[in-house]
Design a protein around this ligand. Structure first.
Ligand code: T5A
Ligand code: NA
Length: 210
């Protein structure tokens, strides 16, 4: 009997407009074109009832205390955890646009304690790889629709970038940093080579938690 090999859990992280959605899409399309079962997701997942509250908060139509919105972002991941686990175990590779690290980076950038921010993420599934798209925040402000959502302010994004850098240093064993100012095509080819390597390796590795 053949054993089902699990899928890879790949996450994209970075500041607003760093190109995560573009790169997640390109990677998912490539893997699918090679016949690899692949599903794309993004956090916040705005369609659930918790997701709808998060959406109203991000579009500035609702205000909430920093601690409350932080826990809602985390709950939004927890409510999808079983689905994520089932997909991975049945062999589907997941490409996820933002995860716990965004949760920590944006809330710590507001001044909440780093460890407090990380605590509700503990026990969630740990990605096999995080692709961190990094560049100077100033260069991102020229990109499409910058400034429409709550967090898209240069000073705030610089603080977010500092927290991402701290996490990248701490989690260096599975974080891969890329210069997000290069063209989408160049980024895609660099990301692809790491992802293809990873896909070979994870099949034999058990799922881990944060
Ligand atoms: N948040 C999120 C929290 O506070 N806590 C949490 O726990 C989580 C999960 C919404 C906000 O929520 C916060 C973080 C966010 O502020 P979101 O829905 O992921 O999160 O945000 P979006 O607005 O959807 O996406 P971003 O603004 O982050 O953009 P992306 O996905 O990084 O960038 P992308 O690919 O859409 O590209 C942006 C623009 O740049 C161009 C694209 O064509 C597009 O116009 N572009 C490039 N231009 C030049 N060179 C390249 N290499 C380019 N790649 C893309
Ligand atoms: Na995005």
């Amino acid at each position: 009997m053949s054993v089902v090999k699990r899928g890879a859990f790949i996450v994209f992280e970075g500041c607003d407009r760093s190109g995560k959605t573009t790169q997640s899409r390109l990677l998912a399309e490539l893997l699918k074109s090679k016949g690899i079962a692949t599903v794309s997701m993004n956090f916040p997942e705005r369609s659930s009832s918790i997701g709808q509250v998060i959406n109203s908060y991000l579009t500035n139509s609702k205000d909430l205390p920093d601690e409350v919105i932080h826990l809602m972002f985390s709950a939004n991941r927890w409510e999808h955890m079983n689905q994520i686990k089932q997909q991975l175990l049945k062999g589907t590779t997941l490409i996820v646009d933002r995860y716990s690290y965004s949760g920590v980076a944006y809330s710590a950038a507001k001044g909440l304690d780093f460890d407090w921010c990380y605590a509700p993420e503990k026990g969630l599934l740990k990605p096999d790889a995080v692709f961190y798209l990094k560049t100077s925040v100033d260069s991102l402000t020229n990109r499409g629709q910058y400034g429409e959502e709550r967090y898209e302010k240069v000073e705030f994004q610089s603080r977010v970038a500092q927290v991402f850098d701290r996490i990248c240093y701490r989690e260096a064993s599975y974080w891969h940093q890329f210069d997000a100012s290069q063209s989408a095509e160049d980024l895609h080819s660099r990301i692809t080579s790491i992802a293809e390597d990873l896909l070979q390796k994870v099949e034999a590795q058990p799922l881990d938690t944060l």
